[in-house]
Design a protein around this ligand. Structure first.
Ligand SMILES: CC(=O)CC(=O)C(=O)O
Ligand SMILES: [Mg+2]
Length: 223
């Protein structure tokens, strides 16, 4: 069955691979050590949400944080991809938010548990439209920004990533096969913070794309 054009990657049901602590200033603001290797975690395809639908605060969290990130859309499958040819596997990009239930993440960290509850809930991955590769000639030269209710919270350049996009593609593909339609979230710059019901989030890649989302509460879950 054809999955259609990769420009609608969020409809493909492929994996979302996230990189954490990829900016030194963000690692420091959360008092995390600087990584010597990429920190990886996953979101399921049910995490995707597009403009027009709300970001939901999970019913079990009271501290939902925004993290604006550059997303890389995989255009060609591969395993053990060398850094030198990594960019040949990129179809394009997307502006992404790695929504994080920070209170739950802190509890998971304290207990040595995985971050699934904090990172993988429905609507935890708002994404922009697909950005063709040609519109971002250098993924290390991108300015990301995020505003909450018109107040700037995050602004940072991908030039400050600890691990570059080619390095990440090569590293990840040595752990798991990359498939067409996969999305890689490359980590967030400093300035993460809380959002609440009714807040308006605007995010952008300077000169390339912007997107707007509203925050709603998830309906209470009954046993
Ligand atoms: C501490 C984190 O939540 C790591 C993360 O997602 C990041 O972008 O950095
Ligand atoms: Mg993140």
């Amino acid at each position: 069955m054809s999955r259609g054009n990769v420009a609608r990657f969020w409809e493909w049901g492929r994996k979302i691979i996230c990189v954490g602590r990829n900016y030194a200033e963000h690692a420091r603001e959360l008092r995390n050590e600087l990584p010597t290797e990429p920190v990886l975690f996953l979101k399921p395809p049910t995490a995707y949400v597009k403009e027009g639908s709300p970001i939901l605060v999970p019913h079990y969290s009271s501290t939902l944080h925004h993290e604006v990130e550059l997303g890389v859309v995989v255009g060609r499958a591969g395993r053990e991809i060398p850094q030198t040819s990594a960019m040949e596997h990129v179809a394009g990009y997307a502006l992404c938010l790695d929504m994080t239930a920070r209170d739950v993440q802190e509890q998971c960290k304290a207990k040595g548990l995985p971050w699934t509850l904090a990172k993988a809930f429905d609507t935890s991955c708002p994404v922009s439209d697909f950005i063709p590769k040609e519109r971002i000639p250098d993924p290390a030269g991108v300015e990301l920004w995020l505003r909450v209710n018109s107040v700037t919270r995050q602004r940072g350049s991908t030039a400050h990533m600890i691990f570059s996009v080619p390095y990440l593609i090569s590293y990840i593909s040595r752990v798991m096969a990359l498939e067409e339609g996969d999305l890689i979230l490359t980590g967030t710059p400093k300035g993460v913070g809380a959002v609440h019901e009714h807040d308006e989030l605007q995010a952008g890649i300077e000169g390339v794309i912007s997107m707007t989302f509203r925050v709603s509460k998830q309906a209470a879950v009954h046993n």
